[in-house]
Design a protein around this ligand. Sequence first.
Ligand code: UDP
Length: 349
Amino acid sequence: MKRNPPASSKLGFAWAKGDWPLACRAMKVFVTGGAGYIGSICVEQLLDAGHTVVVFDNLSEGHRSAVDERAMFIEGCLSDRETILNAVASNQPEAIMHFAANALVGESMTNPSKYFRNNVANGINLLDAAVEGGVRKFVFSSTCATFGVPETMPMTEALPQNPINPYGESKLIFEKLLRWYQELHGLEFVALRYFNAAGASEKFGEHHRIETHLIPNVLKVALGQAKECKIFGTDYPTPDGTCVRDYIHIIDLAQAHMLAMEPGKNGYYNLGNGEGYSVRQVIETCERVSGKPIPAIEEPRRPGDPPRLVAGAQKAIDELGWKPQFASLDQIVESAWRWHQANPNGYPD
Ligand code: UDP
C-alpha cells in the first residue's frame, strides 16, 4: 500500500520518522461527523495512512474547513433517511466510522430529547444504510459515560454500565443496537469507549462554537481570551476535591480506529491512558506548558459529572494492538496549546 507522509510530521512526534504502523490494507471509509473535532483528526490520519475517505456531516457542530481537503465531502443529516441510504449505497465503503453525535453531558441533562433523537434514532438510519450498502465494518465512537459512577477503578470492560446522564444512556443504547445488527445482519462492529479526548494534530484541533471542555477553556485564559477559568465542583471525593479524568491524545484515538478496521476485530473497548488527572492538575499543566498564569474560580458541581473516570485499556492493547504514543498529559496539552496559538479563533467557519 502506498503511504503518504503524515501531514502532521512537523510536530516532531515519534511517528513523523515514518514508523507509523499500518493498520490494514487501504480501504474506502465513510466517516460521519468528519468535520467535528475527533472525526476531523481521524480523517486526516486515515488519509495519511493511505485510505480513501468520504465525510458525511451536517456542519451543525463541525466546520467545513476542518474537513481534510483530500477527503470527499457530503453535507447531509443522519435524520434524512433517504440521503444517508443513498450516500452509503453510492459510495460503497468497506467501513463506516460513526462520530456524528451530540456529546455534552451538561446539555444532555437539560435537553435529553436531542440526545436520544440524534444519537439513537438518527443513528439507526446509518445502521440501516450500512446493512443495505453491504458495509463490512462499523466503528462506533462510544464513551466512558456509558458506565456512570464506576464501582472499581481502573474501569475495564467488565464493569456494569449504569449511565447517570442521557448522553451516556444514548451511547449505551447504540452499543446495544450494534450487537443486534451484528447478530441479525452480520454487521461486524467495534465500539470504542473514549475517556477524555484532547490535544491536536498540526492542522486540526478542538473548536466548538460553544466550548464546554476543560482543556480548551483553560487555554483560553493562557491565550488572553478569558480572565479566568472555572472549576466545577471542589467537594468531590478525590484527593484535591475536583473531578479526575483520563485524558487521551486524539492521534492515539485515531490509531485505535484504524486498528479496529482490521478484519476479525470485534466488540467493545475502553480507551484511555490509565492515569487520572484532576481539574486542578490540568490547570497546573496548562500553566506550565503555556508559561502563563491561569487564574481559576470555584463554581458548584456540574450536573451529571461522575467524580473519577480512569480507563483500564489492557483489552485494547492486547486485542487491537493499540500502542498510545502521546500518553503524558504534558504532550497532550502541548499539542493543544500549539494548535490554539496557531489558530486563536479556531476555524474560520
Ligand atoms: N470542567 C471544569 N471547568 C470547565 C470545563 C470542565 O471544571 O470549564 C470539569 C468538568 O466538570 C469535568 C472535567 O472538567 O469534571 C472534564 O470536563 P469536560 O467537559 O472537559 O469533559 P467530560 O468529562 O464532561 O467529557
